[in-house]
Design a protein around this ligand. Structure first.
Ligand SMILES: [Zn+2]
Length: 427
């Protein structure tokens, strides 16, 4: 592998034993901080920082849920003082979740984002175009602070205006694209509509996150844009993107364990699962001041891939790419699946566009129907409908109706992409 270096090797490549001692020390400090606040003290009960003898003792603390954070709106679980900023989660129902940042939180965010850039092979000589929005959503600012910390040139384009994005990218020689995971597809589509030559771009690296994107979608983006992509994770509650990223070895996503403590739990029982077993990601923050998290349930599904030193030299634990969310699970005719599983089947086919939709309907007789709408290129082999149906059947034992539709016919939306349309009657 070429050009392996790290922003903070003293942490990123720290021996596991020392790393665990550091994590334990930071856990005790986090616990001491939150216990000074009545709301936290009430829910954490009688446990004291000195009761933590080993990292595993952290499991004795109760899990924190999204509804609890919502109910604490605006700042019920906040522990800092001297706030400089607030960001907000993009939830659609109930109170939003706010995360207030102290000055040190803003700096911490820049530090972990800069680590992510370096893990992806970005240097200060790069020109980084930032396409997530700058505002309450965490994406834009996180990529911005990381780039500043690194010392690279930033094009803070923000969201939308795709034709202008392409033009700026070309004329300013952007080498790095940062985006919500499905936005590159929009770029490719607009380039095609406008007759824009994608080979005129100098892009070499893409850093994408905030949505599930299957390996199939990833391969497609890499091919169409001629770049190498990196999967970045993180959410508003944890302080935005920057929790971790996959490295050049691409064998799992490194989590910056000196800042965040990940656990994988059984989504039903809440018990911690052994490495390798898929479950729900639970995150605790170890260095955040404004909104520290103690065992926060993220609803994201993944597993621990490895705690061994990676080819890239980093020792931080690696998670699998996120496979779905516990709350995205679709149940049709008693079969559970995640939209990403269908996406992987669709994206494998030649001649399909990147747009597809999973439609759930009542069949009129009290049963349920599953159909998949797939956009195809002109002249595409109509046999792919049957291939998709067959492959979905092999995977899930469900036999969907597959409808091929012309390119451009599925509605595009700004922001996060809607993949599942549920038209079933509410029972
Ligand atoms: Zn690595």
């Amino acid at each position: 592998m070429s050009a392996i270096w790290m922003l903070e090797p003293e942490y990123e490549a720290m021996e596991r034993e020392r790393l665990e001692r550091l994590v334990l020390e930071r856990m005790r400090r986090t616990l001491a901080t939150v216990l000074r606040h009545p709301r936290w003290a009430r829910r954490l009960g009688s446990v004291r920082p000195d009761d933590l003898d080993r990292v595993e003792d952290w499991r004795r603390l109760p899990l924190l849920t999204k509804p609890e954070l919502r109910d604490a709106y605006p700042f019920g679980f906040a522990c800092g003082d001297g706030y400089r900023r607030v960001h907000m989660s993009s939830g659609t129902t109930g109170n939003p979740i706010l995360n207030p940042y102290t000055e040190r939180d803003v700096r911490q965010w820049g530090d972990v984002m800069a680590r992510c850039y370096v893990a992806a092979g970005v240097t200060r000589d790069d020109i980084i175009q930032i396409t997530p929005s700058f505002g309450l959503f965490t994406g834009g600012f996180g990529f911005h602070y990381g780039a500043e910390r690194l010392g690279a040139m930033v094009v803070p384009a923000g969201a939308g205006r795709t034709a202008l994005q392409l033009r700026l990218m070309r004329d300013l020689g952007a080498t790095v694209l940062t985006a919500i995971a499905t936005y590159p597809l929009r770029l490719v589509e607009v380039a095609r509509q406008e007759g824009f030559d994608l080979s005129s771009l100098a892009l070499r690296i893409g850093i994408f996150g905030s949505e599930m994107w299957s390996d199939g979608l990833r391969a497609r983006i890499e091919r169409d844009l001629g770049i190498r992509t990196y999967d970045i994770i993180g959410m508003t509650e944890t302080g935005g993107p920057g929790l971790g990223i996959d490295c050049q070895a691409r064998i799992g996503i490194h989590v910056w364990e000196d800042h965040y403590h990940p656990e994988i739990v059984d989504p039903v029982s809440g018990e911690v699962l052994p490495d390798g077993v898929e479950g729900e990601l639970v995150i605790s923050t170890l260095t955040r001041e404004g909104l520290p998290l103690v065992r926060y349930r993220t609803h994201d599904l993944t597993r621990v891939v490895s705690r061994e030193r990676c080819e890239c030299g980093r020792t931080s634990l690696r998670l699998d790419r996120l496979r779905g969310r516990t709350d995205d699970m679709v149940i049709v005719k008693g079969v559970n699946f995640y939209p990403a599983q269908i996406e992987a089947v669709v994206m494998r086919q030649a001649g399909v566009s990147h747009e597809y939709r999973i439609v759930l309907e009542s069949d009129g007789g009290g049963g349920e129907g599953l159909s998949i709408e797939v956009e195809v290129e002109p002249g595409c082999d109509p046999g792919i409908a049957e291939r998709i149906r067959h492959e979905v059947y092999d995977l899930l034992a469900l036999s969907p109706e597959v409808r091929l539709c012309p390119f451009g016919s599925i509605e595009r939306r700004e922001g996060k992409t809607v993949r599942v349309v549920d038209r079933r009657a509410v029972r």
